[in-house]
Structure formats: structure tokens, C-alpha cells
Design a protein around this ligand. Structure first.
Ligand SMILES: [Fe+2]
Ligand SMILES: [Fe+2]
Length: 295
């Protein structure tokens, strides 16, 4: 795994919490009230996991190591923006804590502030994450040799040992389950197709364990197997009832069913980066969502 691997895995968990907040916002706005305990949970996740654990690693290890390199003006500029983003995230969370305290103490006018701050976080995090995943992390890799990259990865693991990933993973899972509880209506075959999708996703991810994107250039058998898996997952998804799909919004059903069309109609021209993104990013998130749905 490259050093950026753990950071990108953490991004996926942060995205899941952001989605929970986004879904909760609609309810908060229509009910005109909020459960302060829910806001506490969101604050705790953002402060401890997204900020201390995740931004902590970025700032104390990646950015610190980069500051000793001759960064291009462009990369220097992006790193400065990311640091400013982190500060903005902290300030927004601090204001959210204050608004939640006011609300808990009976000040109903604080509800509007809570909504604005949660909305700000929902808009801020995906943009920040995209900037890192797509622009900054790939660019920063070129400043390190393979050995340096691996030693940074070791530093990340050491940093993480002090943290409590599992706790926050389960916070997200429990909150997600509560959000879908009693909401998902499954028809007779839905569970069967969901189990198929989960099984195929796991098998596909197993094939790329300890592999890198470059392996797809070399190993045609592997590429074809992965394409077949993506086609089958898309095909199973298209058979799931509309009621079940509507009840489980965290799964991007359109994108999942589209995978089949993309593989079948353009397999001779398929982009290997697209396949790799599915393996590295989309299937792990999809599997988690299906595990929760099936639990
Ligand atoms: Fe960041
Ligand atoms: Fe990040």
C-alpha cells in the first residue's frame, strides 16, 4: 500500500458520516427541531476522527515531510489551501458546539445556526477530500522515493496506534443502521440480489489485495475478471426493487447499475483507471452499505 492509502480509506469513512449528516439535515429542517445528542455524535466524530486523527496525520506527517522538499508553486499553493481548509473546519465545528450548547439550554434560535454549520460541513468536506484525493495526494507522491513513501506509511500506522478507529467506525455503522431502520422495504428477491452483490464485491476486492493499479497494465486476466465482476454487480443491482433502492439512499444505485452498461458496451475501450477506482473506492463503500442493509 502507498502512504496515501490510509488517508484515502479514512476519507471514505468521513464521507459516510457526512452523508448521515446530510440526510439528518432534511429531517431537522422539516421537523424544526434537532436531537442535541445527534449533534454531539457528529461533533465528536469530526473533532476526534476527521480532525485529530486524519488531519493530524496529514499535517504532522505528510505536510511536514513535504515542507522539506522543493514543491512547485502550484503544489505549494494547494498545500496552503488545504491547511486553511483544516482551520476553517475547526472554526465551523467550534461554532457548531456553541450553537448546540445554546439550543440545549433552551435557546430555540440556535437551531438555525446548527443547521447552517452542519450544512457548511456537508458542503466543505467533500470538496476538501476531492482536492486531496484527485489533486494533492497524487502530486505529492512524486516528491518521495518508494522507500520514503513506505517510511511515511509506517509513521501513519504508528500515529494511528494512538487512535481509536474502531470506535468511530462503529459510531458510523450504528448511526447508519438507525437511519435505515424500519425504512427499507425489501421484496422477496431483494435480499438475494443484495447478497449476490456483496459476495461478488468481496471476491473482486480479494483479487486486488496486495495489487497496484499498474498490475492492470500487465495482467489481462486480472482486468477481465474484474470487468466481469463489475458487470455482474451492476446486473444484480438493476434487479433490486425501486422500493428497496429508495429506502437505501447511501448506495448510488444509478452509478452501480450503469457499471454493467459501461462494461458491456465499451469493454474494448475501457479505462483501466476507472476499473481501479471502482476497486479502491467504490466497492469498499458499496460493501459496507450492503452489510448494513443486510444486517
Ligand atoms: Fe485534509
Ligand atoms: Fe484528508
Amino acid at each position: 500500500m502507498q502512504a496515501r492509502g490510509p488517508l484515502m480509506i479514512e476519507h471514505r469513512l468521513i464521507e459516510r458520516m457526512i452523508l448521515i449528516i446530510q440526510n439528518a439535515l432534511a429531517q431537522i429542517e422539516s421537523a424544526r427541531k434537532v436531537d442535541p445528542l445527534f449533534v454531539d455524535t457528529a461533533i465528536d466524530f469530526i473533532r476526534t476522527y476527521a480532525d485529530r486523527t486524519h488531519h493530524g496525520k496529514e499535517e504532522d506527517i505528510l505536510f511536514r515531510n513535504l515542507s522539506s522538499r522543493s514543491l512547485s508553486a502550484e503544489d505549494q499553493g494547494v498545500m496552503k489551501e488545504l491547511l486553511e481548509d483544516h482551520v476553517f473546519g475547526r472554526q465551523t465545528t467550534k461554532a457548531l458546539v456553541e450553537a448546540n450548547t445554546r439550543y440545549r439550554n433552551g435557546d430555540e434560535s440556535a437551531l438555525a445556526d446548527i443547521v447552517i454549520k452542519l450544512q457548511t460541513l456537508v458542503e466543505f468536506y467533500p470538496k476538501h477530500i476531492e482536492k486531496e484525493d484527485k489533486i494533492f495526494f497524487p502530486a505529492s507522491r512524486s516528491y518521495f522515493t518508494d522507500e520514503e513513501d513506505q517510511s511515511m506509511l509506517a509513521e501513519f500506522w504508528a500515529f494511528d496506534r494512538k487512535m481509536i478507529h474502531e470506535k468511530y467506525k462503529s459510531v458510523v455503522e450504528v448511526t447508519e443502521s438507525k437511519a435505515t431502520e424500519g425504512r427499507v422495504k425489501m421484496k422477496q428477491n431483494d435480499r438475494k440480489y443484495l447478497n449476490n452483490m456483496l459476495e461478488m464485491s468481496r471476491e473482486a476486492m480479494e483479487l486486488v489485495q496486495n495489487k497496484a493499479r499498474e498490475d492492470l497494465d500487465r495482467d489481462k486476466q486480472l482486468t477481465l475478471s474484474l470487468l466481469k465482476y463489475l458487470e455482474m454487480i451492476g446486473s444484480a443491482a438493476s434487479r433490486i426493487s425501486r422500493e428497496c433502492q429508495n429506502g437505501c439512499e447511501p448506495i448510488p444505485w444509478g452509478q452501480v447499475t450503469e457499471m454493467k452498461q459501461q462494461v458491456v458496451h465499451t469493454y474494448w475501450d475501457i479505462d483501466l483507471d476507472w476499473i481501479w477506482e471502482k476497486m479502491e473506492k467504490d466497492l469498499p463503500a458499496l460493501s459496507k452499505a450492503m452489510e448494513i442493509l443486510l444486517s
